[in-house]
Design a protein around this ligand. Structure first.
Ligand SMILES: *[C@@H]1O[C@H](CO)[C@@H](O)[C@H](O)[C@H]1NC(C)=O
Ligand SMILES: *[C@@H]1O[C@H](CO)[C@@H](O)[C@H](O)[C@H]1NC(C)=O
Length: 231
């Protein structure tokens, strides 16, 4: 009996630990999470993972950007977002003198993800992976890839893309209506409404802790199994 009680308390501790980083974010409150990046190496390459649950068809999930230029726009930025129910990963990285030419990438999936179930997505930039060789009988070759893995399906762009000037910049998870406009100038993207869980840096295999909630990024910790608010 005693060992049973002991086991139950251990399980409860584990459960609390597993659920402690689930956040409920409300679009009406412009809620999002902010992370420091000082311990994350994500300029040359990155590999993140997060889980979310939402019924919203257009929303930002992750965003980071470089410092700003003179004309008040960031040099580089990247975002993971849901657009018309489909996941996209967009990296904007213009050449310094180029007229709009970008060394970035845009990868989209073919799955609708806003069905109110938990979805885990991995997204990566310049991660080495095996791709088929040029001829049917040639061996696979190692190439850098940039893209998304969802439910075991990989959607990727093959080839090394330029480094991003994002060292020591913040990472944003969840909606942020002002940052969403950087990606979608028409303003359709908007904030996030739902739950976010387990934001991880897979390069260091660390689950990240958001900075203390402040006014703009206030959020409530949630129970992973709580139902979504009715849309
Ligand atoms: C992948 O990109 C990194 C820089 O991020 C580079 O050092 C490495 O050589 C690239 N690997 C391949 C196979 O091209
Ligand atoms: C929700 O969407 C995911 C990703 O497209 C899919 O794998 C899953 O089966 C869907 N669930 C339901 C209940 O439709």
């Amino acid at each position: 009996m005693e060992s049973y009680i002991f086991l139950v308390s251990i399980l409860c501790l584990l459960v609390v630990k597993v659920h402690c980083r689930c956040y409920k974010l409300e679009e009406s409150q412009n809620q999002y999470l902010t992370y420091e990046s000082s311990s994350i190496d994500f300029t040359e390459s990155s590999n993140f993972q997060l889980s979310f649950k939402t019924t919203k068809a257009n929303s930002l999930l992750y965003y980071s950007e470089s410092e700003y230029r003179d004309d008040d726009a960031p040099l580089d930025y990247e975002g993971l977002y849901i657009y018309e129910g489909i996941l996209h990963y967009f990296i904007f990285n213009p050449t310094i003198y180029g007229g709009g030419f970008s060394r970035g990438a845009h990868v989209k999936t073919d799955k609708e993800v806003n069905n109110g179930t938990w979805i885990t997505v991995e997204f990566f930039r310049n991660k080495e992976g095996l791709v088929p060789g040029a001829f049917s009988d040639s061996n696979p070759i190692t190439m850098n890839q940039t893209g998304i893995i969802i439910n075991g399906d990989k959607f990727a762009f093959d080839g090394t893309i330029d480094k991003m000037d994002v060292a020591d910049q913040k990472l944003y998870v969840g909606g942020h209506s002002e940052l969403a406009v950087r990606i979608d100038k028409q303003g359709k993207l908007g904030g996030f409404d739902g739950y976010i869980d387990m934001f991880k840096d897979l390069k260091s295999n660390t689950e990240l802790d958001p900075m203390e909630p402040g006014k703009l990024f206030e959020s409530k910790e949630c129970d992973r199994n709580s139902p979504l608010p009715l849309a």
